[in-house]
Design a protein around this ligand. Structure first.
Ligand code: NAP
Ligand code: MG
Length: 403
């Protein structure tokens, strides 16, 4: 079979530990035999980040802006223990944080679901995607511990010297106060990313805040989303999808009763909490995909999980591991499909579809990695190590592509 051609390179960001090992297996077994891979390679492994004083991360984000589609392996975010383990010159920032800030993007997380793993919420039939606004609110909050009686005020001084102020509270005794902020610019970017991704996925978009209580703050989120939606309204109608706004407490009740299959955009804190709830209810961290979408429509695909350090240390000790490569494979298939769409390469899109279908074929036959074995109902799982699992996918991929 002739290899599938590409025209524009994918931005390939390699990573660390067990996921770096999986990365190579996936390329060797599932990609290189079938695709004439064109990629611009950036090594975001911690050693090379340290060697380049983290310039490589910045360069990979710039390349993503240039080419529009990236695929990223999980990477270590250094902490004190990693400083000595890798003999680092500096405690480099999280690559994901750097890339997200440069692309000004929003992260969308969607579980990969299969029939034999039932979500905890019985009515969920389709995956629910969470989009979390990743700037501001309590995460950029400032706080004061009020020691005793006194008056707290909220004061804004404009560049023109104009002052606006309001009393927060007349304290009769000790208490606490907190200042939060967000910017129209960041909320608007968030809105654009959400509407773009909903169109991309042809899924309804829900958005929720508490604007009945927070009339100006949450009210501004609601208003900006409404305003930005005007630009997308026609495209939504054409795609047969809706934008739906509701209060956060109403949204929670509806999410639990719904059958799923939509995108739920959340403010920063709501997204932090709800994404853990939704992902846990769907099953396994190893089956959670993640994509960063910029307001300009640049995409960076990855797995939601980390570098699976515990498995890596076992691997280094010569033990066999059964680490689940599903989310990392889906990062590649997502990136190939998007590259295929952008470059009008139906063969590449078909390859992405076949790769995902081959993964489902494998799992549906009960061939799994260790993490999934205990969660399956109705099939007798056969646990494989990572490489044998990937090779089982390859066999099914070959059949699918030959059709
Ligand atoms: P992790 O790598 O997600 O792993 C936590 C645990 O979840 C694992 O020990 C394993 O449980 C299970 N798990 C996660 N992915 C799995 C998979 N594909 N297959 C099977 N089991 C899986 O989180 P962590 O151990 O807290 O973090 C490790 C490193 O990853 C850290 O250095 C952190 O900075 C980095 N990290 C990177 C990203 C990113 O690049 N996007 C995200 C998060 C964390 P068992 O051990 O019970 O089998
Ligand atoms: Mg959290």
């Amino acid at each position: 079979m002739e290899k599938i051609k590409m025209t524009t390179p994918l931005v390939e960001m390699d990573g660390d530990e067990m996921t770096r090992i999986l990365w190579k297996m996936i390329k060797d077994e599932l990609i290189l035999p079938f695709v004439d891979l064109k990629s611009e390679y950036y090594d975001l492994g911690l050693e090379y980040r340290d060697k380049t004083e983290d310039r490589v991360t910045v360069e990979s984000a710039e390349a993503t802006k240039k080419y529009g589609v990236a695929v990223k392996c999980a990477t270590i975010t250094p902490n004190v223990q990693r400083m000595s383990e890798y003999n680092l010159h500096q405690m480099w920032k999280s690559p994901n944080g750097t890339i997200r800030a440069m692309l000004d993007g929003t992260v969308f997380r969607t579980p990969i679901t299969i029939d034999s793993i039932k979500p905890v919420v019985r009515n969920w039939q389709k995956p629910i995607t969470i989009a979390r606004h990743a700037y501001g609110d309590v995460y950029k909050g400032v706080e004061i511990r009020v020691p005793g009686a006194g008056q707290a005020k909220l004061v804004f001084t404009g560049e023109d010297g104009k002052v606006e102020e309001t009393i927060i509270h007349d304290f009769k005794g000790a208490g606490v106060i907190q200042g939060q902020h967000n910017t129209d610019k960041s909320i608007r970017s968030f809105a654009h990313s959400c509407f773009k991704f909903a169109l991309d996925q042809k899924k309804d978009l829900w958005f929720s805040t508490k604007d009945t209580i927070s009339k100006k703050y949450d009210g501004q989120f609601k208003a900006i989303f409404e305003e930005v939606f005007e630009e997308y309204k026609e495209a939504f109608e054409k795609a047969g999808i809706i934008y739906f706004y509701t209060l956060i407490d109403d949204a929670v009740a509806r999410v639990i009763r719904d059958k799923g299959g939509f995108i739920w955009a959340c403010k920063n804190y709501d997204g932090d909490v709800m994404s853990d709830m939704v992902s846990t209810a769907f099953g396994s961290l190893a089956m959670m995909t993640s994509v960063l979408v910029s307001p300009e429509g640049n995409y960076e695909y990855e797995a939601a999980h980390g570098t699976v350090t515990r498995h890596y240390y076992k691997h280094l000790a010569g033990e066999e591991t059964s680490t689940n490569p599903m989310a990392t494979i889906f990062a590649w298939s997502g990136a190939f499909r998007k590259r295929g769409e952008k470059d009008n390469l139906p063969e590449l899109q078909r390859y992405a579809d076949c790769l995902e279908a081959a993964c489902f074929d494998t799992l549906n036959e009960g061939i799994v990695t260790k993490d999934l074995a205990g969660m399956m109902e109705g099939v007798t799982p056969q646990v494989k190590n990572s490489l044998d699992f990937i090779r089982a996918i390859r066999e099914r991929l070959e059949k699918r592509l030959a059709k």
